[in-house]
Design a protein. Structure first.
Length: 172
């Protein structure tokens, strides 16, 4: 007659995985990872592009809403532009690679207030047809311009209409 101890030992000895089972599991896992990792890289690239798009559209919408809600001086406006290195004014460059800023300006082009500034995103570039976009107190954009947001070779085109609204796709 077997003791209770020997029954417990016999049960635990047969409760593990064999070496073959472990090796097959590792091989299947390696194949799944080899197929899945490139898909994740594409997913992350699309996420970066979407984030850059969302940030730029948010900047356009902020500039437009600030122009509508502020008591702007006659001839003044809220400007969206590429910021200069100090982050205090527009750079005047149409490359839009050094970060964005939204600021309130008077009719003479003097900065009255910096509303918001964004740091540059190393992986994103914005190509616009103008070096700045000015929104009047009724929310209209000058100039109406097409722009493209590019992240690692993937780009998305948008159109800023004269009404100040943004649409996906090229301008007519």
């Amino acid at each position: 007659m077997e003791s209770e101890y020997s029954l417990n030992v016999r049960r635990t000895l047969g409760a593990g995985f064999s070496l073959v089972e472990v090796m097959v599991t590792v091989a299947v896992l390696a194949i799944i990872l080899a197929i899945g990792i490139p898909s994740f890289q594409s997913f992350f690239e699309n996420s970066r592009l979407n984030r850059a798009n969302d940030d730029f559209i948010a900047a356009v919408n902020l500039a437009r809403s600030e122009a509508i809600t502020r008591e702007l001086p006659a001839g003044g406006g809220v400007v969206l532009c590429e910021r200069n290195a100090a982050g205090t004014a527009c750079s005047g460059d149409a490359a839009w690679a050094d970060g964005l800023m939204v600021l309130e300006m008077d009719a003479g082009g003097n900065v009255l207030q910096v509303i918001r500034a964004w740091d540059p995103v190393a992986t994103a570039a914005v190509a616009a047809g103008a070096n700045q976009i000015t929104f009047s107190r009724d929310g209209r954009a000058d100039p109406a311009v097409g722009f493209s947001v590019n992240v690692h070779g993937e780009s998305q085109n948008y159109c800023l209409r004269p009404t100040g609204s943004v649409f996906k796709g090229g301008c007519p």
